[in-house]
Design a protein around this ligand. Structure first.
Ligand code: NDP
Length: 338
């Protein structure tokens, strides 16, 4: 295993961005937060937007907004912060033809470059700063001064200056305060897909199985959900797992709890998780998942829509609503939020 390289504040030089125009393409989750962070770091940011959605918001936030190809023509660095699914088409039609020679393009995900859905032209730098943080968190942690961790990459170094440029941008975004881990764009994409396709579903399955077992045994829904996930004890334990350690945090629980967990853990040792996860990882690494997803998009998202419909009818949403209604202290669902 090779040494990991992590960059911090001292590795980034903001003065390298002086006199440069940075075009942020897309003003959504990441686009807005990243544009505001860079502006607050003294960087000259303009927005490229198709003009039917967030353009007004960007103007209200104090940015000049242009058609995407116009913004690209003006820019020394183009940050492509639109959804990955539409990126290849937008890149080909509106970004690539307008790029200045010697410009840099920057991504917040390795997916399109890593899986060769976008083949960048020669003569430009291609870099990645992929926050391990949702958009609002990118902004909140910047304001708080703690920053957010990220994965970073230099995919193509046409100018010989791509790495210092990437680090300057990373500093302006605030990620070097927390640390930025160097890797390839393909690796970032593979790790991200694996979390979504192996850890997420397996974890969700465990959660639902535990709830179903108790509800089928006759315990009230509100009691089951409060016990397993809704009280906040669970998220507090996750915090302790991060800060103290998975094993070390066990000492915060009673001896009864520790004894029960340790002895009954053995019952779950033979779950065939690793074989299934390995299959998922193989599909990701071979490109089979990416080909399947491209095909699904070409077919008008038929399966995707059916699955979205199916998930609407899963009983857990009703169970959660019921539990939220029973306990005033429990947070509201995002769509019910104030
Ligand atoms: P969003 O879905 O929030 O992006 C929305 C923006 O994209 C809007 O400005 C929208 O324009 C624009 N857009 C949508 N469709 C089109 C189109 N057909 N043509 C032109 N513009 C379009 O994206 P995210 O911020 O979630 O993701 C951006 C990148 O960041 C992706 O690479 C993603 O993988 C990565 N990322 C995202 C994270 C997250 O927190 N969501 C976390 C880490 C990385 P309009 O306003 O006109 O609708």
């Amino acid at each position: 295993m090779s040494e990991s390289k992590v960059f911090y504040e001292e590795h980034g030089d903001l003065s390298l961005l002086k006199g440069k125009i940075i075009a942020v393409i897309g003003y959504g989750n990441q686009g807005r937060s990243q544009a505001l962070n860079l502006k607050d770091s003294g960087v000259n940011v303009i927005i490229g937007n198709r003009g039917d959605g967030a353009a007004d918001k960007a103007r209200t936030d104090g940015f000049a907004v242009f058609e995407i190809s116009e913004a690209v023509k003006k820019a020394d660095i183009v940050m492509i912060l639109i959804p990955d699914e539409i990126m290849p088409e937008v890149f080909e039609s509106q970004v690539a033809p307008s790029l200045k020679q010697g410009a840099a393009i920057s991504f917040a995900s390795g997916y399109t470059i890593g899986f060769e859905l976008i083949r960048p032209p020669e003569g430009i730098d291609v870099i990645m700063i992929a926050p391990r943080m949702i958009g609002p968190g990118v902004r909140d942690t910047f304001i708080r001064g703690t920053g957010f961790p990220s994965f970073v990459a230099v995919h193509q170094d046409a100018t010989g200056k791509a790495e210092p440029l990437m680090l300057a941008l990373a500093k302006g975004l605030g990620t070097l305060k927390a640390g930025a881990l160097l890797m390839s764009m393909r690796m970032e994409a593979e790790l991200d897909l694996f979390t979504e396709q192996a850890f997420g579903p397996a974890f969700g399955r465990v959660l639902v199985a535990a709830m179903e077992t108790e509800i089928k045994a006759g315990y009230p829904v509100e009691a089951v959900l409060l016990e397993i996930i809704m009280s906040g004890e669970f998220s507090y334990t996750i915090e302790k797992i991060i800060n103290a350690g998975l094993i070390e945090q066990m000492s915060f629980h009673s001896q009864t709890s520790q004894y029960g967990t340790m002895t009954r853990s053995l019952n779950y040792l033979d779950l065939p998780l690793e074989d299934k996860m390995k299959k998922t990882l193989d599909d990701i690494r071979s490109g089979a998942f990416t080909r399947e997803w491209q095909e699904e998009q070409r077919n008008g998202l038929k399966n995707f829509r059916e699955l979205m419909e199916f998930r609407k009818h899963m009983p857990i949403s009703e169970w959660q609503k019921k539990t939220r209604a029973a306990f005033r202290s429990i947070g509201k669902a995002p769509e019910e939020g104030e």
